[in-house]
Design a protein around this ligand. Sequence first.
Ligand code: FAD
Length: 295
Amino acid sequence: MVSVLRQALLAISKSRRAERLVTGSPLTADVVRRYVADDIGAVIDRLTRNGLLVTADHLGEEVTDRAQAQRAVGEYLSLLDRLPAGADVSVKLTALGLRLSEQLALDHAAVICQAAEAKDVTVTLDAEEHDTIPGLHAVHATLRKEHPDVGVVVQAYLPEALERCEKLGGARVRLCKGAYTAPGAYTAPADIDLSFVRCLKALMAGTGYPMVATHDPRLVRIASTLAVLDGRDTTGFEYQMLYGVRPAEQARLAGLGAKMRVYVPYGADWYPYLMRRLAERPRNLAFFLRSLVSR
Ligand code: FAD
């Protein structure tokens, strides 16, 4: 049942008609504010004052015209001016034109990496729909030659995730469960968790920098145990969680001296991002629907 609901919400996340309905309603504002920063500067200031690190995401994806892709680059360049040293930006290659051409996305990402380096900010390439994954890793491999710190996301629900982690030796790798659907992907929670742990073991034992992106308390505990077993101190890996999800846990981990980075999305194109958050947790759907009828 949960899985059917998840599939339905992920399908709705791609529907332009549903997008018009939801984004046109002023009633969704509270739900959006829970997950999306309305004032990115203020949110980053607050989080960093509280000892949290940030990765900022200018929302937008699946761009199909060049001008729009170029505008996304411009947004990232002005975002970089507002970020403190040590921050990270999360970038979706489909926002930079991957659907138009891999070269275009690569060129755009290189501009962002260059500007980020000058500000002591890192760049991480998000993982999106399954058909973009080969392009993602091709672009990442090319970028790494000039920008060795550029990070990439691996989705544990993909059966090839472990092999991917093993091949990414030395890289900054964000490991997450995976927020989309993919043919052949693990769907049972136990299988996804098992793959996550296998990948985590490879990353922690490897020479790169693991970024453990999960809110799952069991996986957080496993990550901290593996880090100790592999001799990594608190500077040798980081936890990552989404803005608006388990903020008390974020504060607790930061309070223990761990590197805790919060993924902060902002911007007008929040619809697909919000739908993926609702799909992750059916209880959120009730919260969302209640907010629509309780005004
Ligand atoms: P779950 O089992 O889904 O959740 C564990 C617990 O966390 C839940 O029981 C609940 O208490 C809480 N929780 C989880 N999600 C929510 C929510 N939306 N609202 C409220 N509570 C929630 N996916 C990609 O495919 N590509 C990416 O590039 C990507 N980047 C990410 C970056 C970061 C920093 C994070 C944290 C996640 C990212 N994801 C990405 C999403 C990820 O793949 C999962 O879909 C998402 O994190 C939920 O999985 P979970 O590991 O938290 O475990």
